[in-house]
Write a protein that binds this ligand. Structure first.
Ligand SMILES: Cc1cc2nc3c(=O)[nH]c(=O)nc-3n(C[C@H](O)[C@H](O)[C@H](O)COP(=O)(O)O)c2cc1C
Length: 221
């Protein structure tokens, strides 16, 4: 399948992540230095939803641990088919890496369809584990937990062929947006990251060749 080739050829790994970081540095030096930073603060209509759009901002400095109830509130509202799904296939899964959530033991959890978190893997040192998984370790390590969205691509491919991979990516965007907006409503802070090592997650989460990590979303206060 060509999408698998695309996925793995555009993945980060031990060999290419320095080059990736270097590329970003060069981009800033070359292109961004004289560009105005876009801002979006004026609201014509101050509806609750519009206010959430404005309030949502990427956070790269989390200070306070969230509580298990807050995490449950967030998950309850966001994962329970609250987002549009291509063909109503709902081929996405969420894993939750718990670093510092009050009332919840550190570890990797899997989100069940009913909204429950079940333990997937225990670890004595979550920070040591995530240091091997994400390039944004120093931004994520102070968060309370972070989600990994995984797509079961075969679910989409069976119905739509190669195009199904696009649908899985698009659907993940909907789910991710629900997570960050709901978190914002709960006065939680979020950080979305695209800098992670796919093959390491595949190993830790014991993913099959048809399961792909799409998104990394950290939550904190
Ligand atoms: C797909 C995606 C990947 C991102 N990856 C990173 C990342 O690796 N590191 C980072 O600091 N921010 C990352 N961001 C956050 C963006 O930098 C941020 O959304 C953008 O600067 C706009 O700022 P705001 O979210 O506060 O409005 C990512 C955002 C998206 C949508």
């Amino acid at each position: 399948m060509k999408y698998k080739q695309f996925y793995w050829e555009s993945s980060l790994n031990d060999k290419n992540y320095n080059e990736f970081n270097e590329r970003i540095k060069v981009y800033y030096e070359k292109y961004r230095s004289n560009k105005e930073k876009k801002s979006y603060t004026e609201l014509k209509n101050k509806s609750a939803l519009n206010n959430l759009f404005i309030k949502r901002k990427t956070s790269r400095d989390f200070k306070v641990a969230i509580a298990k109830d807050e995490l449950n509130n967030l998950l309850d509202a966001t994962f329970n088919i609250s987002y549009p799904s291509a063909g109503a296939l709902y081929g996405l899964e969420i894993y939750c890496f718990v670093i510092n959530v009050k009332g919840l033991t550190q570890g990797v959890y899997k989100m069940e369809k009913e909204g429950e978190l079940t333990i997937f893997a225990e670890t004595n040192d979550m920070k040591e584990l995530i240091n091997t998984l994400t390039l944004n370790y120093y931004l994520i390590d102070c968060s309370s937990c972070y989600f990994i969205i995984v797509a079961h691509t075969e679910t989409y491919i069976q119905k739509y062929g190669e195009r199904g991979f696009r649908f899985a990516l698009q659907e993940s965007g909907h789910l991710a947006q629900n997570i960050v907006l709901k978190a914002t409503e709960l006065s939680l802070r979020t950080f979305i990251s695209g800098g992670y090592i796919e093959e390491r997650y595949a190993e830790v989460l014991d993913l099959s060749k048809d399961e792909f990590v799409i998104y990394e979303i950290a939550i904190g206060k």
